[in-house]
Design a protein around this ligand. Structure first.
Ligand code: AMP
Length: 372
């Protein structure tokens, strides 16, 4: 089991975490700490409650503390080195609290400028020296206009709950804020969902391709996924499959089944029709798996037969369609399967082959709003 002290964090931070009873990183923390401590740009899809706040607070404090040495400490008022943008006051206050529980050890100064609280207070908050600023975009740009805040010493800029900031005016504001930061600023974004508009913003404001991470809990059905449920009549699964493939031949398609035997059978059906395909299963040798995946990725074949074990880690751009030739028993596997398509704001389609036996799953999916 991973522990915070497996990460190269300052002793003072590890001590404060331990005082709060925090010893083991959550999934998003475990995934985000290494690239963030390494100074990489980063996009994390993680919902509230996943521990995403500490996932960026720890690396930010760690890096800023390392800079905070005699001769290099902050010496200008209103000039943060760490900047966190939040959609609203409530989240801003919550984020500031998480910082403050760790800053008594690091002695770094955290201030807020949040919409919905008095301008006078915001001004006061940035009138002295500080290391970290937590801000809403509107309030921040007002203070940039009046030159009470300057961003030319910002080392790390975090957009938190970015999907909550997506009003039409956000892109120019985000561009302006990033533009005022030094060129080498570390850009970080956390969001519960990744709609296309947010992808567009990442494309516009991130200087480099970010490292991307998603938590297991974020594998919910995304709005760009369309669900098409087809009933298997009289066990005629093969006919249905060939029909469905024919509806969009050439489309990058994952075909899921539950067992190796089922996969073999699918393979035979396709082979008989002269339809090129590859397989991707847990039981296969790694090199073979990699080779098969490459054939799918480069378009040599459009059909990839997979089991859940094989499907888990797949991150391929070209999956336009998932066909559940055999539906899984549980919701978790279902969400993993459909999470292979409609990624990063793109459109995707899932076709479910439904029989009597799949009723419990379909009901559970409907309850989640994911049943189509
Ligand atoms: P967040 O997703 O950042 O809003 O955090 C949700 C809650 O999880 C907060 O109450 C945190 O204090 C708590 N939390 C964050 N990280 C951990 C951890 N590693 N272990 C236990 N609880 C945590």
């Amino acid at each position: 089991m991973p522990a915070f002290h497996d990460h190269p964090l300052l002793q003072s931070l590890l001590g404060s975490l331990a005082e709060q009873g925090l010893t083991r990183p959550t999934d998003i923390q475990q995934q985000a700490l290494p690239p963030l401590l390494d100074g990489r740009s980063f996009v994390g899809v993680a919902e509230t409650g996943s521990g995403k706040t500490l996932a960026y607070v720890l690396p930010m404090l760690h890096q800023l503390k390392e800079l905070d040495v005699p001769g290099a400490a902050v010496d200008v008022a209103g000039s943060p080195r760490g900047l966190v943008l939040v959609p609203g006051r409530e989240l801003g206050e919550q984020v500031a609290r998480v910082f403050k529980e760790l800053t008594h050890a690091t002695r770094l100064r955290v201030r807020t400028v949040l919409g919905g609280s008095k301008k006078q207070i915001a001004r006061q908050n940035v009138s002295g020296k500080l290391e970290v600023l937590v801000a809403t975009p509107g309030r921040l740009t007002q203070l940039m206009d009046s030159r009470q805040v300057r961003l030319d010493d910002v080392r790390m800029l975090v957009f938190d709950e970015a999907d909550q900031m997506l009003d039409p005016g956000f892109l120019p504001v985000a561009k302006r804020i990033v533009g005022d930061c030094p060129k080498g600023v570390q850009l970080v974004m956390f969001s519960a969902t990744m709609p296309g508009r947010l992808e567009a913003i990442i494309g516009e404001v991130f200087h480099r391709q970010p490292i991307r991470v998603r938590t297991k809990g974020s594998e919910r059905v995304v709005p760009t996924l369309r669900t098409d449920n087809r009933t298997v009549v009289h066990g005629r699964r093969r006919h249905l499959l060939l029909d469905v493939i024919d509806e969009a031949p050439g489309q990058g398609t994952l075909l899921f089944a539950n067992t190796r035997e089922q996969c073999d059978k699918l393979g035979k059906w396709l082979h008989r029709e002269d339809m090129p395909f590859a397989r991707y299963m847990g039981q296969m040798d790694r090199n073979q798996r990699r080779e098969n995946l490459a054939r799918f990725r480069n378009g040599e074949v459009s059909l990839l037969i997979a089991t859940d074990l094989g499907g888990r880690g797949l991150d391929i751009d070209r999956v336009e369609r998932v066909i559940n030739v055999h539906l899984p028993k549980d919701v978790d596997n279902y969400l993993h399967r459909v999470g292979r398509t409609a990624r990063a704001g793109r459109k995707g389609l899932v076709v479910n082959f439904v029989t009597e036996r799949d009723k419990p799953l379909m009901e559970a999916l409907r309850a989640l709003g994911a049943g189509g």
